[in-house]
Design a protein around this ligand. Structure first.
Ligand SMILES: *[C@@H]1O[C@H](CO)[C@@H](O)[C@H](O)[C@H]1NC(C)=O
Ligand SMILES: *[C@@H]1O[C@H](CO)[C@@H](O)[C@H](O)[C@H]1NC(C)=O
Ligand SMILES: *[C@@H]1O[C@H](CO)[C@@H](O)[C@H](O)[C@H]1NC(C)=O
Ligand SMILES: *[C@@H]1O[C@H](CO)[C@@H](O)[C@H](O)[C@H]1NC(C)=O
Length: 507
């Protein structure tokens, strides 16, 4: 028996909000409407999840009671191919030679929450960096990235697995966590364990990493990088900052944090919401007069964002509503387009089809292999999304200068055709960030990012900071440009992304 089963399907990956054209901006000027923001965001979530063809069986992973006797961290080796008969793609060493793990970690700052994770040792060498990947939502499982973006496997039509030639496990030991708790296979029996801000999120991830490195001491000295996408533009700076302060205070095991990379993220909402209209105009999906009217709407949105960042509370809900109305207005001009990739259309309600991941992970033999017992997979949780609503408009950029000043590297990258976390808004906050290298970054030359001798993007770099606009890609860069994204990660971790005008092949 599980959490209440809603007939409504849930939300979506990364982040979304999609207001129907009928939500006129007038109603948002009426403060009494703000109390309805929960149901509004749920409706957005439902519409969105359909566009990804996901139908989670529950709106959150809440179970009747916990299992207090379980050990803090319980992990087992998994062998997907043996369980479900993966194809032996591209030769090479057999999958059995690799360390593949799945586990649960009991969160110490919770009543009964357990965080699920996958861990894949590098296909190259266990001395490679350790990388954690965080998907967005908020409330979507990192398995979306694992199976559709940068994991070791892809899922075929018949639910068999094939080796992903460009999996990030070719150059790193990579961890995928389902978080905040309530999404994916992560669960709790106490609703008060659900998180609603970056303090809760980053503490849980920090505690998990401490336990992870205790369990895997041989990886603790490796370089460590945080990566992720979309709403993880919030999680990533929060976690980087949490680790950095833990390290400084000698709180636990030292985590060898070398860098953090944000892909098509939401990090500084005040700047990024202003960029929607400009990006849409540049891409010729709205008219000059639409653009003017969006500029007017932004005035109110901006003032709520400012208040939200000063006082929090209800102003954050108001900011969520007024600002997302801007996005809704753009969407009403481009009905049927895919706002994760404006080159594409959505067919019917379907923009992407990630349903095979759900089918695959909910198979009994797979769940058995993963050690998740009766827990069912919640691809995206509307409840988790709603609980995080007050976090949405917070500016996480403020945590970054202290990190880059201390030599921790930041890569901000964005696929150029994504509307929702578009490259323009991202490049603006990166440019406007105040730190000692700001001037030099501003005057740095834009250079091509070369893959196989061809320009795969444009980048700018100074000191610890790099910005990269990726060509021919939407919101999910590793899905659209798998080879370029793998080279990006590798070059960046080796500190030569910014120097590589000469390509290095042979990944
Ligand atoms: C995969 O293919 C390689 C090369 O053909 C072979 O040596 C290996 O045994 C195969 N592994 C499995 C699990 O079939
Ligand atoms: C992994 O790298 C280390 C350090 O470079 C090296 O000593 C070791 O032989 C490598 N292991 C493999 C399996 O290549
Ligand atoms: C693979 O591991 C070796 C050390 O054994 C390292 O020198 C090399 O850079 C790694 N290759 C990649 C692609 O990361
Ligand atoms: C390139 O980036 C590395 C970190 O990834 C940094 O240490 C180095 O200073 C940068 N080089 C230049 C020329 O900006």
């Amino acid at each position: 028996m599980k959490a209440k089963t809603l007939s409504l399907p849930l939300l979506m990956i990364f982040f979304f909000f999609h207001l129907s054209p009928s939500t006129s901006k007038r109603i948002f000027n009426n403060p009494s409407v703000f109390s309805s923001s929960a149901s509004l965001s749920s409706r957005n979530a439902e519409r969105l999840i359909k566009s990804f063809n996901l139908t989670p069986m529950h709106d959150v992973n809440l179970i009747p009671k916990g299992s207090p006797d379980a050990p803090r961290l319980f992990e087992s080796q998994i062998d997907f191919p043996a369980t479900i008969g993966a194809q032996n793609a591209s030769g090479g060493p057999s999958v059995q030679e690799f360390g593949h793990y799945a586990g649960y970690y009991t969160l110490p700052r919770s009543k009964s929450a357990k965080m699920f994770y996958f861990f894949f040792e590098s296909r190259n060498n266990s001395t490679d960096p350790v990388v954690i990947w965080l998907s967005g939502g908020p409330g979507c499982s990192s398995s979306v990235a694992l199976f559709y973006e940068n994991g070791p496997f892809t899922i075929s039509e018949d639910l068999s697995l094939s080796r992903n030639e460009f999996g990030w496990d070719k150059v790193s030991n990579i961890i995928y966590v389902d978080q905040p708790v309530g999404t994916g296979f992560s669960y709790t029996s106490d609703i008060s364990d659900l998180r609603h801000d970056e303090t809760g999120v980053s503490n849980d991830l920090y505690d998990f990493l401490q336990a992870f490195f205790k369990e895997h001491p041989k990886f603790a000295k490796n370089d460590f990088y945080i990566t992720g996408e979309s709403y993880a533009g919030h999680y990533i700076p929060a976690l980087a900052s949490r680790i950095h302060s833990g390290n400084k205070k000698k709180e636990g095991i030292l985590i060898n944090l070398k860098g953090f990379a944000i892909g098509n993220g939401l990090t500084n909402p005040e700047i990024q919401y202003a960029a929607y209209g400009d990006y849409a105009l540049d891409m010729k999906i709205i008219s000059e007069s639409d653009h003017e009217s969006l500029k007017q709407d932004y005035v109110e949105c901006q003032s709520f964002i400012k208040k939200c960042n000063l006082d929090g509370g209800l102003d954050c809900d108001s900011a969520y509503e007024t600002c997302n109305n801007i996005f809704g207005q753009i969407m009403s001009k481009i009905v049927g387009k895919n706002y994760y990739d404006i080159r594409k259309k959505c067919v019917g309600s379907l923009c992407y089809d990630f349903s095979k991941m759900e089918k695959f992970l909910n198979q009994e033999n797979v769940r058995k292999a993963l050690g998740v017992g009766d827990i069912e997979f919640v691809s995206c949780s509307t409840t988790v999304y709603d609980e995080m609503r007050g976090d949405w408009m917070h500016n996480l950029e403020v945590k970054i200068p202290a990190l880059v000043e201390d030599g921790i590297n930041l890569l901000v990258y964005a696929g150029e055709y994504d509307l929702i976390c578009n490259w323009l808004g991202n490049s603006r906050w990166v440019d406007q960030m105040s730190w000692s290298g700001q001037k030099n970054f501003g005057s740095a030359k834009t250079v091509p990012f070369l893959v196989d001798g061809k320009e795969a993007g444009l980048m700018k770099s100074y000191g610890s900071l790099t910005f990269l606009k990726v060509h021919d890609a939407g919101h999910m860069v590793p899905m659209d440009q798998p080879k370029a994204s793998l080279q990006m990660l590798q070059n960046w971790m080796q500190g030569r992304l910014n120097t590589s005008t000469v390509p290095r092949v042979g990944l």
